[in-house]
Design a protein around this ligand. Structure first.
Ligand code: PHE
Length: 462
């Protein structure tokens, strides 16, 4: 690459380190907090089905493309896109894609730290034994008390941002790589344990029907946009995180194998989380569509009434916070690595700068749960707007542009060389990336804007 480096570009210590860090970035609040609640809001089974289809045919090929672009450029996403464009002899305006991604990550972190703060607040509640013998109404009060308290929320938001910046400032971190190694299996293990606890509950059957028995009449155009957006959000793709992580990846590792492994573990954790939450919802006659508070108003009921519940609750929320943490650090990696690659700025300064900005923006999300609760635009408060704009519009758009670049702009010889796939699998990747993924994103977004394309196509065939 022709771009000059001021600081040397780092590299993961091994292939495993890349997979662990990327899985850490992918598995987070998106799986445990967001997936159950948006599934609940969008009617269950049919939503899950659309989400799984989006993962398989749109998100996975884009994930492979994004890792590939990062590894080939060995630069931050902004300069990296410029350098890749030059290498293939196309417009260097492609670096704008890196800019859009870095801004998206910054915006996501602003509200992600707020929710991570909720997780930390619940860790404290769990440690104090406050879930003991919890009932549906007592946990609802606990949650609404927290929401109504801007100062407490602000404190946790600030702490979440500080620990995020702390790790980003330290750089590609060994401690976190190791933490991810035991955390992911442990999180999966605990979720399985909680599913086991729920199997005999009266809500288990209804929950399974809710999640896996699709009722397509419940599927709205917005639900499809949300499912697609979440496929990007949960894998951390479409904004340069995975590109930045890929740029630290050793050359000998297989891009596609790593991508598929990450997609599978991420999906398993999300489905398990749903299988923990919904039995509780249906056993206690709660509303599955109650929104962002869902896990905080259901889990404590189960945790507070099971044997060893006190201990399990603590371990569970520790894992939630760590999962959120390994994701939050990845969101500003594109912006921070741009600043350090491009300017005479150290990692510490760059991380503090970006973290402070995201913290400030996040204050508005904190307030949107109380003081600014009634200030809405398109029926959404500030937090809801930020989430909708980033997850459901900016990430799919970014992902689509990544696909277009990887398939149509980059020379095919380069993608063949980077992916090192057999001719048939390379073709399959190319077809999905060149045609299926971009078309999927366009159709879903236009449909969400009210063009009803999907309905019309369905009518054509029925
Ligand atoms: N994938 C993360 C999660 O599921 C969120 C995330 C989005 C992380 C975008 C990085 C970039 O929680």
């Amino acid at each position: 690459m022709t771009e000059s480096h001021i600081h040397p570009h780092p590299q993961w210590s091994s292939r495993l380190a890349f997979i662990l860090a990327s899985t850490g970035a992918a598995v987070g609040l998106g799986n445990i907090w967001k997936f159950p609640y948006i599934m609940g809001e969008n009617g269950g089974g049919a939503f899950v089905m659309v989400y799984l289809i989006c993962l398989a045919v749109v998100a996975t090929p884009i994930m492979i493309s994004e890792i590939m672009l990062g590894r080939r450029s060995r630069l931050n996403p902004i300069q990296g896109m410029g350098a890749l464009a030059r290498e293939s002899g196309v417009s260097s305006h492609w670096s704008l894609l890196g800019w859009m991604g870095s801004i998206t990550g910054f915006m996501i972190l602003s509200y992600y730290a707020v929710i991570m703060g909720w997780g930390m607040a619940y860790l404290v509640q769990a440690s104090a034994g406050n879930f003991e013998h919890a009932s549906a109404s007592s946990v609802q009060v606990m949650f609404s008390d927290l929401m109504a308290d801007p100062e407490r929320l602000l404190l946790w938001h600030t702490l979440a941002m500080i620990i995020t910046v702390f790790v980003v400032a330290r750089g590609v971190n060994k401690g976190l790589e190791t933490a991810t190694r035991w955390m992911m299996p442990m999180l999966a293990g605990l979720l399985i344990l909680l599913v086991g606890y729920n199997i005999s509950s009266p809500g288990f059957g209804p929950a399974m029907n809710f999640m896996f028995d699709p009722d397509f009449s419940k599927l709205t155009p917005t639900a499809i946009v949300v499912a697609l957006g979440h496929a990007f959000f949960t894998l951390s793709i479409g904004m340069g995180t995975i590109m930045a992580y890929g740029s630290y990846m050793p050359t000998e590792a297989s891009v596609s194998r790593a991508a598929i492994l990450i997609v599978l573990s991420d999906t398993a954790i999300a489905l398990l989380a749903g299988m923990v939450i919904f039995p509780i919802v249906f056993s206690h006659g709660l509303d599955p569509g109650q929104g962002p508070g869902l896990i905080f108003q259901t889990l404590p009921i189960a945790l507070g009434n099971m044997a060893w519940g006190h201990l399990i609750a603590i371990v569970f929320f520790v894992l939630v916070v760590i999962a959120a943490w390994t994701s939050s650090i990845s969101m500003i990696e594109p912006a921070v690595s741009y600043l350090t690659d491009r300017f005479e700025i150290g990692r510490i300064k760059a991380s503090i700068l970006i973290g402070t900005g995201a913290w400030l923006l996040g204050v508005l999300s904190v307030l949107s749960f109380n003081v600014l609760k009634n200030d809405t635009l398109f029926g959404k408060n500030f937090f809801g707007l930020m989430d909708f704009l980033t997850s459901n519009i900016m990430l799919p758009l970014g992902g689509m542009l990544i696909a277009i670049f990887a398939a149509w702009q980059m020379r095919r010889a380069y993608s063949r060389e980077e992916l090192a796939l057999g001719p048939v699998t390379w073709r399959l990747w190319w077809l999905l990336t060149a045609i299926v993924a971009p078309l999927g994103v366009i159709v879903v977004l236009l449909n969400g804007l009210g063009f009803n394309i999907i309905d019309r196509v369905v009518q054509m065939f029925t």
